[in-house]
Design a protein around this ligand. Structure first.
Ligand code: NCD
Ligand code: ZN
Length: 346
């Protein structure tokens, strides 16, 4: 039985760190295990200019204990007013790694997102020219489209037309949740990648809704049917370079989760690596965890893989805190619903 696993230090290709007190409370949870993370720009107000990204990067570094070897990879929030020159300058200077597209109204803090995709065409063309990747929240927001169909409809109505109209644009389908997402990503060639979260490998929609409503399992895109979760598991554990880890760890205080209209997001930064080792072992694919968590992401982004190593060991039950305390109130750590035996040793 394998009970020790060593891999290159992993990265998180989709992370919400927030700001202020929350940032200071949650950033160490990621920096403990991950060397780099793509930092989502959906602050209030969002990170829209190169100057915003530089200031946010400095706040993130200041929030981490001295000597933490963590690199935040910054992103800009694409709006209908994004200045292509500012974007190109920020990318050229190495200040940003990607740009994030939120359809307006799709998820938490997405009010400034894109409603008319024709308006961002010149920016997307510039991004294709300079090689700057576009990270896409792939859900339509039309109220007549069922929430469980919004990803598949987005691929057909928005993503595929954008990619056809903008040859050479590098796109990451963020946090895919469906078989259709897996299939489209797989068929997309070298310019298309997809991130998969920790929680979507573990829960399906029954976990949210059967036997009582579980607000801590509510995130966007919402978890789908079991057959979709299994498609995500096959994709993540296949070693296919298209797929890589983006936890979408998205902290909200319990007070904001447990409301009549509660916030979307699962906070998985703390125990992701233990959960992933469990999942990959269960699928007989521990040897593919390094590809998913540490290799495929940097390869897609054209960045070097990390030189450092992480060792996980399997043993007695590993107990993680149920909650992280923050000055804003407690944040519940994602509960996978099974005992964890893989611990990050170093
Ligand atoms: C994210 C958040 O809280 O910022 N929530 C979520 O459910 N994933 C936004 C997002 O990535 O959609
Ligand atoms: Zn997210």
């Amino acid at each position: 039985m394998t009970d020790t696993l060593t891999l290159r230090t992993p990265d998180d290709w989709h992370l919400h760190l927030r700001d202020g007190d929350m940032l200071r409370a949650v950033a160490p949870e990621t920096a403990r295990h991950f060397a780099r993370a793509i930092i989502m720009p959906n602050l209030v107000p969002p990170v829209v200019t190169g100057a915003d990204a530089a200031a946010y990067r400095d706040r993130i570094m200041a929030a981490l204990p001295e000597g933490t070897g963590f690199t935040p990879l910054m992103t800009l929030y694409l709006t209908e007013n994004t200045d292509p020159d500012d974007l190109a300058r920020a990318y050229g200077d190495g200040l940003i790694t990607a740009v994030k597209l939120y359809p307006a109204g799709a998820t938490t803090n997405s009010a400034s997102g894109v409603a008319d995709f024709d308006k961002v065409r010149p920016v997307l063309e510039r991004m294709a020219e300079i090689g700057c990747p576009l990270c896409v929240h792939g859900e339509v927001v039309d109220s007549d489209v069922d929430i469980f169909d919004r990803e598949a409809v987005f691929i057909e109505r928005v993503l595929d037309p954008i990619r056809r109209a903008t040859p050479g644009l590098r796109v990451v389908m963020e946090h895919i949740t469906t078989e259709q997402g897996v299939e489209y990503a797989q068929a997309g060639g070298d310019d298309l990648g997809a991130t998969i979260t920790t929680h979507h490998l573990v829960i399906n929609r029954n976990h949210i809704l059967a036997g009582g409503i579980k607000p801590h399992y509510y995130c966007l895109p919402v978890a789908k049917r079991e057959e979709h979760r299994l498609a995500l598991r096959r994709a993540a554990t296949s070693g296919d370079p298209t797929f890589f880890l983006g936890t979408d760890s998205a902290p909200h205080t319990d007070a904001n989760k447990l409301l009549p209209c509660g916030c979307a997001g699962c906070f998985t930064a703390t125990n992701t690596m233990s959960i992933l080792a469990h999942v990959f072992e269960e699928d007989g694919a521990l040897d593919k965890l390094e590809a998913f968590a540490s290799v495929n992401g940097p390869n897609f982004y054209g960045l070097p893989v990390n030189e450092g190593q992480m060792t996980l060991t399997k043993g007695d039950v590993v107990v993680y805190p149920d909650k992280i305390d923050t000055p804003d109130g407690p944040v519940t750590v994602f509960d996978p619903g099974f005992a964890l035996h893989w611990r990050v040793a170093r």
